[in-house]
Design a protein around this ligand. Structure first.
Ligand code: CUA
Length: 338
């Protein structure tokens, strides 16, 4: 049994360490969590193997043989020495692992100086990211933008039910709970694009409650923030700088495939998108007025295409897209639907 257990444990541990359980980590918090995960695997696999080996061996070695149907086993009154061992050893293992996990948790949740605060609002079924600004007018986006190597504090809340904010590449995740604000700390370490997912079953659109985290160089992040602020600054003056119809349509197409993320759910030949979560826009847009298209974007439950469910399309595009992007989308969709 010892030989079988040792070989099975070695194979199990090798397999567990060889499998890539998570995507490549993209935050400072990733390494300590991955190491903790590996240690837990290394410790638990021999225990699993030990328990399974004893159970399987006992079931085979002490099975009932013909003629033993009415026999009873010998009475057992316990074995103090054995019980001390099997209580003490698991206790030592558990206390050690808990202490180690606590140290890791303390380390990854450490408050860092000069944190960037990003508010995360969850709603069935969309994420809204809000960047508070000194002038009191926050930048709002439905995609997450972060500067590399900058400590970030997420303040997370929910406007309806339980959700869970998770960027697998950052490892850490936390529930979005109605009525309270939960916190998460992350320092992105790699420039790139990483999925943001909801990790709490929250309703029919749970699987499409996704967004994208863009980790940019600090300079590129500042440029993004400045470009997001620009339309808001001009908004008081009647929609900012006037765009020609062609420019508006071009902005709409960019928004469709980019910031809006519309192509992820909708098929539209002109934009080269093939999403199938929402209605095929090449078909349903035909003959729609600009007003109808605008209503469908900002108030998606107002009318639902036959065969589709309410509450699947994010209801927050009016907040996350600039007025100009929205105008652009409407102009673009009205143009391609003709
Ligand atoms: Cu929100 Cu699942």
């Amino acid at each position: 049994m010892v030989a079988i257990g040792a070989i099975a444990s070695a194979i199990g541990i090798a397999l567990a360490l060889w499998i890539n359980w998570f995507p490549a980590d993209a935050a400072k918090q990733g390494k300590p969590i991955d190491t903790l995960y590996d240690v837990l695997m290394i410790v638990s696999i021999p225990i699993f193997v030990l328990v399974m080996t004893v159970i399987l061996y006992s079931a085979w070695a002490f099975r009932m043989r013909p003629g033993q149907e009415n026999e009873d086993g010998p009475p057992i009154h316990g074995n103090t020495r054995l019980e001390v061992f099997w209580t003490a050893i698991p206790a030592i293992i558990l206390v050690s692992l808990c202490s180690y996990a606590y140290a890791v948790l303390n380390d990854i949740e450490k408050v860092r100086a000069d944190e960037l605060v990003v508010k995360v609002h969850a709603i069935q079924f969309a994420w809204t990211f809000e960047y508070p600004q000194a002038d009191g007018r926050p930048v709002v986006s439905n995609q997450l933008y972060l500067p590399k190597d900058k400590p970030v504090r997420f303040d997370i809340d929910s406007q309806d039910v339980l959700h869970d904010f998770w960027v697998p590449a950052f490892r850490v995740k936390i529930d979005a709970v109605p009525g309270i604000t939960t916190r998460l700390r992350v320092t992105p370490t790699r420039v790139g694009i990483f999925p943001v997912v909801c990790a709490e079953l929250c309703g029919l659109g749970h699987s499409v409650m996704r967004s994208t985290a863009h980790v940019l160089s600090p300079a590129a992040f500042d440029r993004w923030l400045a470009s997001e602020k620009a339309p808001a600054v001009n908004a008081g003056g009647g929609g900012g700088r006037q765009l020609s119809q062609d420019q508006l349509v071009a902005l709409g197409r960019t928004t469709f495939v980019g910031d809006g993320g519309c192509g992820a759910c909708h098929t539209l030949a002109d934009a080269g998108s093939t999403g199938s979560t929402g209605p095929d826009l090449d078909r349903v847009l035909r003959g729609q007025s600009e007003d109808d298209i605008r209503t469908d974007i900002v108030d998606p439950n107002a009318r639902i295409a036959p065969g589709y469910q309410a509450n699947i399309m994010p209801p927050n595009f009016e907040q996350t897209l600039s007025a100009q992007q929205l105008d652009g989308l409407v102009a673009y969709l009205a143009t391609v639907s003709k």
